[in-house]
Design a protein around this ligand. Sequence first.
Ligand SMILES: Cc1ncc(COP(=O)(O)O)c(C=O)c1O
Length: 386
Amino acid sequence: MKTTTAVESVPFAPPAIGAEEIAEVIATLESGWLSTGPRVRRFEAEFAAYVGAAHAVALNSCTAGLHLALLAAGVGPGDEVITTPLTFCATANVIVHAGATPVFADVDPRTGTLAPAAVEAALSPRTRAVIPVHYGGMPADVLAIRAITQPQGIVMIEDAAHCIEGIARGRKVGAIGDFTCFSFYATKNITTGEGGMLTTASAEAAEWIRTASLHGMTRPAWTRHQIGRPARYDVVLPGFKYNMTDLQAAIGLHQLAQIEVNYARRAAIARAYDEAFADLPLGRFAPPPAGSRHAHHLYMVLVDGRAGITRDEAAERLAEAGVSTSVHFHPLHLHSYYRGRFGYSRGAFPVAEQLADTVLSLPLSPALSDAQVDHVISVVRRIFGG
Ligand SMILES: Cc1ncc(COP(=O)(O)O)c(C=O)c1O
């Protein structure tokens, strides 16, 4: 990439917001309808078409989607749900919210995603669901996990917070498991500020989740008020306040329209990093297998000691040179709550722990300029002796 201007700092994942998003937000503000309404319905339809899912339900977060998917699957007290420790806390917190027990299983060292053999070893008669995470945009081996769990009636809920554009061995993420949950948080591949989407092939589950996302009411406000007079509704379950607003969908509609353009830019930056770092003493995750597509949410390197510097020292030196970084993730089983409540300790998941100790995410966003990408490259090469 060519340097055009001097760079002083590179943010980690700035959002790429265009004039269309801004105009649609203004149009929404002027429309008189701000909460869940016509723009949310359009965003759901267009998102379902993009991932090839039968049904999509827009929510206020991916976390809400994971929670409602567990409840729709009937997961509750006494049940176990298998997931990866190398993930954001929401993935396992929702298992606790559902009253079930999170059971962690180790990851594949080549990809950082849930290892099918570890899932198999973690199965018990109480296993009710499995939540693979498409880590950093790398599709998890969901077909292998499905082959192990589906014959036992175990529900698969995919955490695709990082992986809207992903394809897993020829199958589009969003149309594989029983439920797939996506995040539109500010740093994600598309954003609505905060927001999420759940996709499923089940019309019945989609309907239950839609109702549960808005207090358990039979008729949302938009349809109640269309006729201009009070309309009766019934509360059929004690639901949640998890709905997306039209203001969020206004942004999401135009983010979705740009998804492939922004994906191509992130993929180009990832390729530029790959080429520039090829000779450095850094570890890497493997590329996705044939027929798969990495969603390039994160660009991660493994600072595994070969360069004579720790990950935290590298992050400090990058920060001093104006380059923001992040760690995905500190392993969940070693956080205080999970240690204390479930008795986990270091050594339980050695592969996830080794990756978590060495992984470092570099800036990646379509909003980065060529000059900013060049700056990251030159600072990384300097620190790692290139
Ligand atoms: C892997 C993973 N799962 C779930 C979430 C939760 O997404 P949200 O903030 O939309 O609830 C995140 C958010 O960062 C995430 O990284």
